[in-house]
Design a protein around this ligand. Structure first.
Ligand SMILES: Cc1cc2nc3c(=O)[nH]c(=O)nc-3n(C[C@H](O)[C@H](O)[C@H](O)COP(=O)(O)OP(=O)(O)OC[C@H]3O[C@@H](n4cnc5c(N)ncnc54)[C@H](O)[C@@H]3O)c2cc1C
Length: 517
């Protein structure tokens, strides 16, 4: 087994690994026919190894195929500005490999540990997505092993283009991903970040600014756009762009990635408190992974800010952060898992930009967790036949003269205020009820939640949220319905617990207190 981890990064080594997967899958098909079993297929990556905050149980009853040695960057094609790599390469590794050559992936998540295959099978939305769209738009080719062991290369313009369109948001429910080719972009050594604090007049004020910076003309828009929303009334909007070395003002360089530096969002909070717009120059790698050490602001729920972000801790032990997600998830007992589900919120929701004020107000009413992450993203209209699971934007939302609409990610991570404060039953946090309200709002506005987190939809609600027409067609066409779990079964309804029971419990608690009064 150990030999698999000393993988051969040549094309021949890659082909050998694919052959092994094909042979494992075919062997399983034969055994399955012999035993008449109905176990489904999935990768052998244990749930505690991934970044998902949804604890999945389906692997216990599935046939798991080892893909753990698909960890190599294979080659770059400078003429086509693409890189070909294996799915378990994480974004930290890909960026480390590409930056010295003057490139990065067009869309790169801010968490080093996220794998490119995982992002490709899920969403892949980042603070450069207002320029490039979701990661799927930057994929030239997916290399996939189907459930019967057939190997295909799905491209937008070949005979497998249906698969190319349906593969994102499919969470590995259509085939096993064994390689992919993605767009890369040229970069410089530094980015200049413009921080603009916006305070007063509630979400309508800063939402207007976020919309303006997201929708600037192509030659004026920043390379990265992001806003950290600290309250209903205060936000810092950040626009960052690559600059040439000679433009860098040395006195304004901030190495945000150094181990003793503050967690990035607390640095942004300082800028808000100061109240003045300012600029900084940040080395590109450190900028891309600015949220890495604090895992946005989720680390504070394991390691409170007053310790982890304390100056002494940072100088002495700051290099320990962020802890591997594996170490945080592996020891989780069923009790801890339940606690995480009912007392914490991890949500990334994609919504059209015009809903920004309403969504922030609703999220703050339901969860009262600050900060909230907001960044814009293009969502492309691929047409009714091949749109894929994320629904087509409304025609009136399309940016004039284009085939995309501007959406945004609303990232809510942490412990709701009601949980922190406890109190009477009526005031206590109702996770399922609250999340379902957010889902209802998302559905009405033609958005969608990321499926790495817990969702609380029944099958009809799921089908209303996502456009399943192409997906179901592709499942039939490629035999995935026979070999792989359905996306709904794989991701929805927090598998370890019946959310309908929890919903009944939440409702009866409220009814009970009403009667008592
Ligand atoms: C605090 C926080 C913030 C986040 N913010 C964002 C964000 O802004 N944008 C964003 O896009 N994501 C975001 N995520 C989501 C996160 O990055 C995803 O979970 C993403 O899927 C990558 O994680 P992973 O590499 O562990 O993938 P995994 O969870 O391992 O994979 C994702 C899915 O793909 C399937 N899969 C993976 N590899 C293969 C394969 N080789 N073959 C077949 N199926 C496969 C898995 O079974 C799983 O269903 C955030 C997560 C957290 C915790």
């Amino acid at each position: 087994m150990y030999q698999h981890f000393i993988a051969d990064a040549t094309t021949a080594g890659h082909d050998k690994r694919i052959q092994r997967v094909i042979s494992d899958v075919k062997k399983r098909v034969t055994e399955r026919i012999d035993s008449k079993g109905d176990r489904k297929l999935c990768t052998a990556r244990a749930p505690w190894q991934n970044l998902s905050t949804r604890f999945a149980d389906y692997k216990k009853n599935s046939d798991c195929i080892f893909v753990g040695d698909f960890r190599n960057v294979l080659y770059m094609n400078e003429a086509r500005t693409t890189v070909t790599l294996e799915p378990l390469v994480d974004v930290g590794m890909a960026t480390n490999w590409l930056l010295p050559k003057g490139y990065m992936l067009a869309t790169t998540l801010e968490i080093e540990e996220a794998t490119i295959g995982g992002l490709a099978c899920a969403v892949g939305m980042t603070t450069a997505s207002h320029k490039y769209g979701l990661l799927q738009e930057t994929v030239e080719e997916y290399q996939i092993v189907l459930g019967d062991g057939t190997f295909i290369r799905a491209r937008k313009d070949n005979e497998h283009s249906d698969m190319w369109h349906a593969f994102p948001w499919s969470h590995g429910s259509l085939g096993l991903l064994v390689g992919l080719t993605l767009k890369i972009i040229p970069v410089t050594k530094y980015v200049r970040v413009n921080y603009t604090p916006v305070v007063g007049q509630g979400p309508s004020n800063y939402s207007k600014v976020i919309r303006e910076v997201s929708l600037k003309k192509e030659d004026q828009v920043a390379d990265f756009v992001e806003a950290t929303v600290f309250s209903r009334d205060a936000c810092v909007v950040m626009e960052a762009s690559f600059v040439q070395d000679e433009e860098v003002m040395r006195s304004k360089i901030n190495n945000v990635g150094w181990w003793f530096k503050k967690w990035f969002y607390t640095h942004v909070q300082d800028i808000l408190d100061n109240g003045e717009p300012c600029i900084e120059y940040i080395p590109t790698y450190q900028y891309i992974f600015r949220h890495n050490r604090g895992i946005f602001w989720t680390l504070r729920d394991q390691l409170p800010e007053k310790y982890g972000n304390n100056v002494f801790f940072r100088y002495l032990l700051g290099w320990l952060n962020p802890p591997k997600v594996t170490f945080l998830k592996m020891p989780a007992t069923p009790e801890i898992r339940k606690e995480m589900m009912i007392k914490r919120v991890y949500q990334d929701i994609v919504l059209p930009l015009h809903t920004l004020e309403e969504a922030i107000t609703l999220a703050s009413d339901l969860f009262e967790i600050w900060p909230i992450l907001v960044y814009p993203s293009r969502i492309y209209d691929h047409g009714s036949k091949v749109q894929g699971q994320f629904r087509r934007p409304r025609q009136e939302d399309l940016v004039p003269g284009t085939n995309y609409a501007m959406y945004y990610d609303l990232g809510v991570y942490g412990i709701p205020k009601q949980v922190m404060e406890g109190g009477e039953v009526e005031l206590q946090f109702k996770p399922v009820t609250s999340m379902r309200k957010m889902e209802h709002f998302t559905r009405l506005n033609k958005g969608a939640p990321f499926l790495y987190a817990n969702t609380f939809m029944d099958r009809n609600e799921f089908n209303a949220m996502f456009d399943m027409s192409l997906y179901e067609r592709v499942r039939l066409e490629y035999g995935a319905n026979y070999h792989f779990h359905h996306l709904f079964n794989k991701t929805a309804g927090c598998q370890s617990f019946d959310f309908q029971d929890m919903l009944r419990e939440e409702n009866s608690e409220v009814e009970g207190t009403k009667k008592d009064k």
